[in-house]
Ligand binder design. Structure first.
Ligand SMILES: Nc1nc2c(c(=O)[nH]1)N[C@H]1C(S)=C(S)[C@@H](COP(=O)(O)OP(=O)(O)OC[C@H]3O[C@@H](n4cnc5c(=O)[nH]c(N)nc54)[C@H](O)[C@@H]3O)O[C@H]1N2
Ligand SMILES: Nc1nc2c(c(=O)[nH]1)N[C@H]1C(S)=C(S)[C@@H](COP(=O)(O)OP(=O)(O)OC[C@H]3O[C@@H](n4cnc5c(=O)[nH]c(N)nc54)[C@H](O)[C@@H]3O)O[C@H]1N2
Ligand SMILES: [Mo]
Length: 825
């Protein structure tokens, strides 16, 4: 049947979440000719009211409209666990922070590009007409390209834009720029910046966005499930496409099976509580040391699987001298590790015994690689799992996406919807800018470094990159004034820009710091199409327009089409096709692909008018999928994508780079700062986790804030012992500070966090008291005022959003108001 695990183990790929493409290619079912089920009919029948079907990062839903206004986003009945964030999704259409009109910063408009850069963020905007706005943008792109070169335009615009195969604003931005010239791009992402660069050397693929052994298989075979900084019941609320929420039935199956669960995390997570898990809370940022202590015990007690190491891995012999301390005089004993990670040595020995004795699944999240030297954790996890020898066995081994977009929910047999393209294939031969086109791409979290050091040479994954001079940054579908670390360093860097152009739906801090702000539509004001589940791929769903655009919002597609037209490429951009022409075309292409897979999809109009998601079948093999089972069965035929075809516990390629911050085997390296670290002065580690009632910064400007804000600010969790030591009470407004910045937050005292750790979720909107002053107090609570902007290492240049320490005190004085959720003045 051609369905096997090898289809997931393709080589590393340049674009984000492209594992989806490989899925379809390898599939071939016998022709059944059966029509595919259309599900979801009961929702309308029950409600008695016709809802309009759509989908978003949070799931499939029906939009209920009264008198032209959306009044409810009702979860689709086929959703096993609708996200409680949906009311905020609805409110994002109408909330007070919605961007209404095209706006230009007064100083920029009156005095030209680069005028008064300190004034960015102070809210002095002038409303302009759409025609004027399009003119200004087109002329400025042309000016910067002419005066400073194509590379001076940065369009590496990163972020969690809305799903939909047509209205992909980032692709549309690059489409407009490719048709009219070139630009500087970005590579990688903030999610797995370190892991996705190191893993191709270690296991031969990106892996972080690939399927895990299914929950179903775990429920039958796993005896010990270890969630290591991994929290599916929070993080799988959302998907990059439309969420399927398959993690909920997955977790439920584990619970029914009575599988023993262990959670290694500074926070007692939702997943830990739901599964009644055993909670171990090591010092943050010390997991590599902890794993080494466990590995040392395994080896010295002869509990490691030498046969597995010999047959399926290379380089263990080169790792061993480090583990035993013969190469550096430091044996990585349980005692050694205990001193660093803060757990008892006996606990680590006990873990080694339990891991070896039971069928154990090590499920790792992403947070531990979003730390200084974050490359090491995934490498060490694979080293540990290799020593345990359970990789490729039912219910055992390791998994890297159990927490993300419901990894572990079985993959359906489905065609893959294509997306509108960025027109990089349509460039004209011989154009002057062709030589430099796409030549420059910087690691995604390094824009600040680039703005501060133009011309500098940066090392990256074995290559040198000359950092370009950037004069214009164009951002769509992302919020850099939320996602980038070290806000004050960023403010300094941004002053080197002539022009910052932003499209968004909400007045985020990024929009507030722009020179030109264009109001985009939400997904709920336009038509599109998308797949359900990043791994499950269970349905294709129409994303129907629910209401007309509010105020003067326009589709990114139409905005870029107008700019392209001004620059002489209007037809090339639209190809003369309307929105529904595009959506229909994308569906038709999938319909043809599905025939090759032995399936027949309904004609487009039937699909669209049915108002139901189109379901695809799941094969029995996928229900019981075991990652690496094929590799284990035949390591030659199903060789991994690494140089040796095996798991590489030592990398000769990385050895050749001679990076001082990324040695050629998994290594414990001190981060620049951590609680209890040799040079660290401040006492509290900041867990900048992913929020429960938001998607990053999305929905912070909505009713959802009422569920979590404390005294109107972003919450800061703290253990009672730490609160007592500082004389703090629940509900206090506190000032959280370090050498990089200061924010206000609302204190939540809880036993569910380890002493010595505070939790302030990423995504709180940056609200500086005095926007002109770098280092000003942030009145709402954007944690990235406190985190470090350094890179994980020269190998991957990833971000370190989970590295940072701080101190907390009660705020005294007159409380400044929070102003970031209203219209700029
Ligand atoms: N300290 C710390 N920092 C972190 C992290 C962390 O764990 N700790 N996590 C990192 C990670 S993993 C990530 S992925 C990033 C997330 O960073 P981002 O993805 O930049 O964050 P979002 O808030 O999702 O921003 C998306 C923006 O796109 C806008 N948008 C949505 N749809 C559309 C559309 O159709 N058109 C236009 N024009 N705009 C649209 C939204 O309104 C929103 O402002 O943050 C990173 N930063
Ligand atoms: N609700 C919601 N879900 C989301 C997102 C969102 O914004 N909101 N964002 C999505 C995106 S883009 C991504 S990339 C993923 C992110 O997925 P992750 O990066 O895995 O998510 P986090 O919530 O940052 O961290 C997961 C867990 O790691 C723990 N942790 C933090 N530091 C350490 C440490 O040093 N050691 C150990 N052992 N544990 C630690 C945290 O306490 C938390 O429980 O989530 C996705 N899902
Ligand atoms: Mo992410």
């Amino acid at each position: 049947m051609g369905i096997n695990a090898t289809m997931y183990s393709g080589g590393p790929s340049a674009s984000k979440r492209t594992f989806l493409k490989g899925t379809a290619a390898a599939m071939a079912l016998g022709f059944t000719g059966l029509p595919i089920l259309l599900r979801g009919a009961t929702t309308q029948a029950q409600s008695g009211q016709q809802g309009i079907l759509s989908g978003c990062h949070w799931g499939v839903f029906q939009g209920i409209v009264k008198d032209g206004r959306a009044v409810e986003f009702r979860p689709w009945q086929g959703d096993p666990a609708p996200s409680p964030q949906l009311p905020g999704v609805l409110d994002s259409l109408y909330s007070e922070s919605r961007i209404r009109y095209p706006m230009v910063r007064r100083a920029w408009l009156e005095k030209g590009p680069g005028a008064d850069p300190d004034g960015r963020g102070s809210g002095d905007f002038v409303r302009v007409s759409w025609d004027k706005a399009i003119d200004l943008v087109a002329l400025e792109i042309a000016r910067v390209r002419k005066e400073d070169g194509q590379q001076a335009v940065f369009a590496g615009s990163y972020g969690w834009k809305s799903p939909g195969k047509l209205h992909n604003c980032q692709t549309l931005l690059r489409r407009m720029l490719n048709l009219t010239g070139s630009y500087t791009n970005s590579t990688g992402d903030y999610s797995t910046g370190a892991a996705q660069v190191i893993l191709p050397y270690v296991s031969g693929s990106l892996e972080v966005y690939e399927q895990c052994t299914t929950w179903n298989n775990l429920a039958k075979n796993c005896e010990l499930m270890v969630f290591w900084g991994c929290n599916p019941l929070n993080n799988s609320q959302i998907s990059w496409q439309v969420a399927d929420h398959g993690a909920w039935p997955g977790v439920e199956a584990l619970k029914k099976a009575g599988t023993k669960v262990l959670c290694i995390d500074p926070v007692r997570t939702e997943t830990c509580m739901a599964l009644n898990g055993e909670w171990l809370a090591p010092n943050p940022q010390t997991d590599v040391a902890m794993m080494l202590g466990i590995a040392h015990t395994l080896y010295t007690e002869g509990l490691h699987d030498q046969k597995f190491l010999d047959r399926y891995t290379t380089g263990f012999d080169k790792f061993l001298p480090y583990l035993m301390g013969t190469s550096d005089n430091t044996p990585k004993t349980a005692e050694w590790a205990a001193q660093i990670c803060g757990l008892q040595a006996d606990t680590l020995r006990d873990l080694a015994h339990r891991f070896a004795k039971h069928r154990t699944m090590l499920a790792l999240g992403y947070s531990t690689q979003r730390q200084h030297h974050g490359e090491q954790i995934h490498w060490m996890l694979i080293t540990l799992a290799s020593m345990l020898g359970q990789i490729g066995l039912p219910g055992g081994g390791y998994g890297l996406s159990y927490h993300y977009a419901s990894g572990g929910a079985p993959t359906a047999t489905t065609p893959i919807l294509k997306s509108i393209d960025d027109a990089s294939g349509q460039k004209q031969e011989g154009a002057a800018w062709l030589a430099s086109s796409g030549a420059v791409s910087i690691p995604v979290s390094r824009l600040v470094e680039t703005l501060l050091n133009p011309g500098k040479t940066m090392q990256f994954n074995g290559n040198d990159i000359k950092l370009p001079v950037i004069k214009l940054a164009y951002w769509v579908g992302g919020n850099p004034f939320s996602h980038q670390q070290d806000r004050n360093e960023m403010l300094r860097a941004w002053r080197n820009l002539d022009t910052f152009i932003v499209h968004d739906v909400q007045w985020t801090a990024t929009a507030r710091h722009a020179d030109i702000v264009l109001p985009a539509t939400t997904s709920y004001e336009r038509n599109d199409i998308e797949q359900v589940g990043d791994y499950a791929l269970s349905h294709i769903v129409p994303m129907k327009k629910i209401v007309d655009p509010v105020f003067e919002a326009r589709n990114d597609f139409d905005i870029f089409a107008a700019i392209a037209a001004k620059l002489g490429k209007g037809y090339e951009f639209t190809q003369g096709r309307t929105e529904m022409d595009w959506v229909r075309g994308l569906y038709e292409a999938a319909k043809i692909e599905s025939r090759g897979m032995g399936m027949e999809m309904p004609v487009f109009d039937v699909f669209w008018n049915s108002n139901k998601p189109l379901a695809f079948p799941v094969s029995p093999a996928q229900v019981d999928f075991v990652r690496y089972a094929d590799y284990r069965a035949d390591p030659l035929l199903n060789a991994l994508g690494t140089a040796s075809g095996k798991f590489e516990l030592y990398s000769k390629a990385i050895e050749k780079y001679h990076y001082d911050d990324c040695p050629p085997h998994a290594t414990w390296m001190e981060p620049i700062e951590r609680v209890g670290g040799p040079t660290t002065k401040l006492p509290l580690h900041i867990a900048a986790n992913h929020p429960t009632m938001r998607l990053h910064s999305q929905l912070c400007g909505t009713v959802n804030r009422q569920h979590y804000a404390i005294a109107g600010r972003e919450p800061c969790w703290m253990n009672p012992a730490d609160a007592k030591a500082r004389g703090l009470s629940d509900g206090d407004v506190v000032r959280v500070f370090n050498q990089r910045g200061q924010i206000l937050a609302g204190l939540k005292i809880t036993e569910d966090i380890r002493p010595g750790v505070i939790r302030i979720n990423e995504g709180g909107w940056f609200d500086p008291m005095n926007p002109r002053e770098i280092g000003s107090l942030d009145c709402y609570g954007d944690v990235n005022n406190l985190t470090t902007g350094i890179a994980t290492s020269k190998l991957s240049q990833g971000n370190c959003g989970q590295t940072g320490v701080a101190e907390v005190e009660r705020f005294v004085g007159t409380l400044p108001p929070v102003t970031v959720f209203s219209q700029p003045t």
